[in-house]
Design a protein around this ligand. Structure first.
Ligand code: UDP
Length: 237
């Protein structure tokens, strides 16, 4: 519709490929079925995951845009491809936790499922070689991964996103346990990028507590593909 042509591949990650286009302000993100866990130690595929993650991310990014959370999403191009604004990803992963699970439960010896009084925000340095180590705001500022102002924008956005998405998912009978966000710079502004999917969010059925996210793959719980489809079905429904 806007004569976008896919150019050279810029980057291939564990779950996505990013391509340049004939418009220097726009990239194409292609979602793969490849799945990895435990810092790449466990590898596999989840059939049709790329399609679910593309569609779900599109819905969530649109919802966030409607709530004035600037993000890279422009439009869906195909089952596995979306057109996004070109961004330079900041080397920081932002994790929000509403309920103890995963690495935080392990690190602090907490029972998985323990509800916290307030949401917890964590930062990790995005480095596969180092296993995404936990850092804090001082590391980010001192090592110039983002400025103080950019960190403030990221924190403001992140807490708002958590409020919006917690309510949104609960309407779909899903509990948003924790999730990871990545931000990037577009024309010098910080905007939300990457994806929001069962790969990057822990989502539990709000009634039964059943896990409907990548933990089914990480922990060999079975029904992995079905769980991704179920999340998409609830979001579309
Ligand atoms: N997460 C992610 N990518 C990462 C690390 C974490 O998307 O590289 C997400 C993960 O799916 C979960 C949340 O961030 O929703 C918190 O993950 P945690 O630190 O517990 O790590 P994990 O259990 O994945 O090792």
């Amino acid at each position: 519709m806007n004569n976008i042509e896919k150019g050279e591949m810029l980057y291939e990650g564990k779950a996505k490929k990013v391509y340049r286009t004939n418009d220097r302000d726009k990239f194409i993100v292609e979602y793969k079925d490849d799945a990895t866990a435990f810092n790449g130690e466990k590898k596999g595929t989840i059939s049709n995951k790329g399609i679910v993650n593309n569609k779900m991310s599109a819905v969530i990014f649109q919802l966030l845009q409607d709530m004035e959370i600037e993000n890279h999403y422009i439009e869906v191009l195909s089952d596995r491809e979306m057109l996004v604004k070109s961004v330079e990803i900041l080397p920081v992963e932002v994790i929000v936790r509403n309920i103890a699970a995963g690495s935080m439960a392990k690190r602090l010896g907490l029972q998985e499922g323990r509800k916290m009084k307030t949401p917890i925000l964590e930062f990790c340095y995005k480095s596969d070689e180092l296993g995404d180590p936990l850092i804090n705001e001082y590391h980010i500022e001192a090592l110039e991964w983002a400025t103080k102002e950019e960190i403030k924008t990221i924190k403001d956005y992140t807490f708002r996103i958590n409020e919006i998405l917690s309510v949104y998912f609960l309407e779909k009978n899903l509990t948003l346990v924790d999730f990871k966000l990545e931000f990037g710079l577009h024309n010098g502004r910080v905007i939300l990028a990457d994806e929001v999917s069962p790969d990057t969010c822990r989502l539990w059925d709000a009634t039964t507590g059943e896990k409907l996210d990548k933990d089914r793959f990480r922990r060999d719980l079975g029904n992995v593909e079905e769980s991704y489809q179920e999340v998409l079905r609830r979001i579309k429904g």
